[in-house]
Design a protein around this ligand. Structure first.
Ligand SMILES: Cc1ncc(COP(=O)(O)O)c(C=O)c1O
Length: 394
């Protein structure tokens, strides 16, 4: 008996679809309806008083529900609209005009982060992108060698979005600290899927969002800053939420707080901060240990099923190296994905990855078999062909 299936009733979409895409957008808990209503009620009934009755503190307070999932403590997280913005806040703490001006990242880093740092070259940043041998793993030795005395920041994902490969974050942090560089660990694809412990890793910063494995919906990203750095660094991307006396409306330069509010800037995204809470509560209750155990079983089952059909998988074979997604590579993978979606089997397609299948704790193991069986049927019957005309992907 799979104990975790008792949570299925909390997620309405599971009655209507085979939902295998939690690496992209986790299923919505039905309690989100109540939270969004609570937000509307507080605005409608309390009006502007809602700020002092709770809204003002939410961009740090709600972070306490994320903290246990990444090994952080209370008050150690600030919340932002997306991960790209958290990178902007972090990088704005540093001066790239001196000799230590390099940002090292890997080719498999999430593209938005690459776009952001490349544009910062106008501020003096030198970007070194370390090539990877394939689309599955990073070249750890090459990455470690690229981190040198001129390196200021190393933004790196703990789990790669394309292949779900787990990166040796400890080795990267150790190397970076040895030469005086800072690591920004993106745990977006890790939190809620595998155990994450930012404090024990000693990482400088950790960032991520809640909309995937944490079932928290779009609009909330988290930023953890290590305790000893928190009050020392000073973001240039700042605003009145970070001021010690925001309601004094003092003019001129900011007098910044020393706690996690220091990393905030303008008015926060209150509706999203309400909507994210049911998912976080559920994932905390289910527990990462149970989620990881089941995830390893399901991803192994998907890999076995793909191998039996002689399909290749762009995901590491070893469970220790693999997080929650299997990327199944097939000819016509894009069209197969479109047909799966038409059949209410929700997966996605990414170039150089294939069809990404991401079961979560609420999935039944037979849904893994069903997804592969449907892919096989779509290929055999040529049902994918009707999507070929619409194909824009190479
Ligand atoms: C590892 C990783 N980082 C970042 C992002 C997204 O960044 P943002 O929150 O800026 O949209 C994703 C989204 O898919 C991701 O997988």
């Amino acid at each position: 008996m799979d104990e975790l299936l008792k949570w299925r009733g909390e997620f309405p979409i599971l009655d209507r679809a085979t939902y295998m895409i939690s690496n992209s957008l986790g299923a919505m808990p039905r309690r989100v309806y109540n939270e969004v209503r609570a937000y509307a009620d507080s605005w409608a009934e309390r009006g502007v008083r809602a700020w002092e009755e709770g809204w003002w503190d939410m961009a740090v307070g709600v972070g306490d529900r994320i903290a246990p999932l990444i090994g952080a403590g209370r008050g150690e997280i600030s919340l932002h609209q997306n991960v790209t913005l958290t990178q902007a806040v972090i990088s704005s703490c540093f001066d790239f005009r001196g000799p230590r001006n390099k940002v090292v990242m890997v080719e498999l880093e999430f593209p938005s982060i690459q776009y952001f740092y490349h544009e910062q070259r106008r501020l003096g940043i030198r970007v070194e992108v370390v090539p990877t041998p394939d689309h599955i793993r990073i070249d750890l030795d090459k990455l470690l060698a690229a981190i040198d005395e001129t390196t200021l920041l190393v933004p790196i994902s703990q789990v790669l979005f394309r292949s779900s490969s787990i990166v040796d974050a400890r080795a990267i942090i150790e190397r970076a600290h040895r030469v005086g560089a800072h690591v920004i660990l993106d745990v977006f694809q890790a939190a809620g899927s595998i155990p994450v412990d930012v404090r024990s890793m000693g990482v400088d910063f950790a960032v991520g969002g809640v909309l995937k494995w944490l079932c928290g919906g779009p609009g909330v990203a988290y930023l953890y800053v290590r305790e000893d750095l928190r009050a020392k660094l000073r973001p240039a991307l700042t605003g009145w939420m970070a001021h010690r006396r925001p309601f004094a409306f003092e003019t001129g330069a900011i007098d910044p707080r020393d706690d996690s509010f220091r990393y905030l800037n303008g008015t926060p995204h209150i509706p999203a901060l309400y909507a994210c809470q049911p998912g976080l509560d559920i994932v905390n209750k289910v527990g990462i240990g149970a989620i990881r155990d089941k995830s390893m079983r399901m991803t192994a089952r998907l890999i076995d099923g793909a191998r039996t059909r002689s399909w290749s998988v762009n995901t590491p074979e070893s469970p220790a190296e693999r997080a929650g997604t299997d990327s199944v590579e097939r000819p016509h993978a894009y069209e197969v994905c479109r047909e799966l979606l038409a059949r209410d089997i929700i997966v996605d397609y990414r170039p150089k990855a294939g069809v990404r299948v991401s079961p979560h704790f609420y999935n039944r193991e037979d849904e893994c078999d069903f997804t592969l069986a449907q892919m096989e049927e779509i290929l055999k019957t040529g049902a994918w062909e009707k999507h070929a005309a619409a194909t824009t992907h190479a």
